[in-house]
Design a protein. Structure first.
Length: 553
């Protein structure tokens, strides 16, 4: 086999996500001193990392860089490997090198921006954001040359048109070479078969949101199949999700075409992708058009930018119909909040404040969102709240040692004692839910709100203060709070946000009863009614169209 043939074969295995096979193919050649190829070592390093062997992958990637120090793809893969090993600061430096080598690449600028955000490294915040937005806006219409990492924009200030463009370029790139299967026409029928595609049917936020809706569905009119490309972690939540559907189909060993063929073979009527442009997404399987109706919901807070996705499920707050130009899909609105919840979460003893490292007599302001969502503007507002409320502490979810250290340093730079930030270490999902009730008030982030986090906090009886922004990511908490009858915790600007928080610190708010606002059975009926409206249009031979919210009886 020539080197060219070997690399082509390895590229195909990587493209089909057959990582163990790629490792086995490349290993004999990668160890041979007679073959000096940076591309071979890079492919081998990527395959090892994706096969769960990051330490060995780093060794191969370093060999690739020793052969060609400006191999930007090797620096990129090295950054991914370091992220896997929980070394975000080192990963961010790899991404900085990629961005320097490829200044016009949206992907490079996106990974750099989010890499620094994960470390709370704001030294280059303005420059990172400007470079990312400039790269997005410079893309010609119809471009399909790279994956633009739309998720990076979600946590940063941007215009909805920026996210749409990044998503469109990415979706075209991911779908390159995908040829649609022969068309299957929709027909009127008594029972619809709904397929959900995700890699998160285990102890994950998506499963926690979805499970009770699946359990509450109308089984006479809807059959549910789950197509999983993720892991089986053996968790109680994973078992509960499996038991809530007619069939659980493991497609983790399939490439995109294989997933599409399986969906088609199972006769799915409506295929719902739950990932969008998030990590380990297989959304591009929808480019093969395996189902008559294809939908995006829940995973990604924004447009997929894909012409092979017909609808996005939202609501009047997160996806108002007047925002239609920011979406490649047709907006399908639920009458209440688009996000479901689970009222059956494990309820046990809440740890005491001392056990959590919190002062007993302080007003505890909770920040349970991930660090990448905290921008300098948000942090400035939080420090102003602490300055005006000397009885308060900020209880921040850990982002890892580099991020935690940076946040404390940023606190001190703003004249606030760093001990007024208490770091909440990462724990398992149940332990995290139990400890949330120790807070007095949760402070939301913007332009990307807490999504599942907002549900979690409200479920613990703690009010959430949010700032409503333009675009899907910055309206989720407002949607959840409005549906819960807690509109008084939604603000429209930074000054109002700070004033409301300071007021709460001085006059502690009452605990809230989240159970009053959520009915999983009603949510399931409303979601099913929306699916039926989609199907009725398709069965009538009509194209997808906006579906405004309709309240069900």
């Amino acid at each position: 086999m020539t080197l060219g043939d070997l690399l082509a074969a390895a590229r195909e295995e990587l493209g089909r996500q057959r990582y163990a096979e790629a490792v086995a193919l490349l290993a004999p050649y990668a160890a041979s001193p007679a073959i000096q190829s940076n591309v071979l070592q890079r492919y081998y390093g990527e395959a090892l990392c994706r096969a769960g062997r990051p330490h060995e992958g780093i060794e191969a990637l370093m060999k690739a860089l020793a052969l060609k120090v400006d191999d930007s793809d090797a620096h990129l893969q090295l950054g991914f490997a370091l992220q896997t090993l929980q070394m975000p600061a080192e990963a961010a430096e790899c991404f900085r090198t990629v961005a320097a080598l490829r200044p016009d690449s949206v992907m490079a600028q996106a990974y750099l921006a989010i890499g620094d955000q994960k470390c709370a490294n704001w030294q280059h915040f303005d420059a990172n954001l400007a470079a990312l937005l400039a790269a997005v806006r410079a893309k010609p219409d119809g471009a399909a040359d790279e994956f633009c990492v739309p998720f990076a924009l979600v946590g940063l200030p941007h215009e909805p048109a920026d996210l749409l463009k990044a998503a469109q370029v990415s979706s075209r790139f991911l779908a390159r070479g995908c040829q649609p299967l022969p068309r299957v026409a929709a027909r009127p029928k008594e029972r619809l078969r709904i397929g959900y595609l995700s890699g998160d049917f285990h102890a994950h936020a998506t499963a926690a949101l979805l499970v009770e809706v699946l359990e509450s569905r109308d089984r006479e009119r809807f059959e549910v199949l789950l197509f999983s490309h993720g892991v089986d972690d053996g968790s109680a939540l994973g078992r509960r999700v499996r038991q809530a559907c007619e069939r659980f189909i493991d497609v983790s060993d399939q490439d995109l075409a294989g997933i599409a063929r399986r969906v088609r073979a199972e006769g799915v009527d409506i295929l719902v992708d739950l990932k969008g442009h998030t990590a380990d997404s297989h959304m591009a399987a929808l480019a093969f058009r395996p189902a008559p109706v294809q939908v995006a919901w829940l995973g990604f807070p924004g447009t997929c930018g894909a012409d092979y996705v017909d609808y996005i499920v939202g609501d009047p707050v997160v996806t108002p119909l007047e925002d239609a130009t920011a979406y490649s899909e047709r907006i399908a609105q639920l009458p209440g909040c688009y996000q479901p919840s689970d009222a059956q979460r494990l309820q046990t003893r809440m740890p005491g404040r001392a056990e959590l490292g919190l002062p007993e007599d302080a007003f505890v302001l909770l920040s349970a969102n991930q660090v990448y969502k905290i921008t300098p503007t948000v942090f400035d507002a939080w420090m102003e709240i602490l300055r005006r409320a000397p009885n308060a502490v900020l209880w921040q979810l850990s982002g890892g040692e580099p991020a935690d250290t940076q946040l404390k340093a940023q606190t001190q730079r703003r004249g606030i004692a760093p001990e007024r930030i208490v770091i909440a270490p990462k724990v398992d999902m149940d332990a995290h839910w139990r400890r949330l009730a120790a807070a007095d008030l949760a402070l939301d982030t913007w332009p990307c709100n807490g999504h599942t986090t907002t549900r979690d906090v409200l479920g613990a009886g703690v009010p959430v203060l949010t700032l409503k922004c333009d675009g899907f990511p910055g309206r989720v908490a407002a949607s959840i709070l409005q549906a819960a009858g807690l509109q008084e915790w939604v603000t429209e600007d930074v000054d109002a946000y700070v004033e409301r928080a300071v007021e709460a610190c001085q006059q502690p708010p009452a605990r809230i009863d989240a159970e009053r606002s959520y009915d999983s059975t009603r949510f399931a009926r409303e979601l099913e009614a929306l699916y039926l409206r989609m199907w009725e249009r398709a069965a009538a031979g009509l194209p997808p169209a906006a579906l405004p919210a309709q309240v069900t009886a």
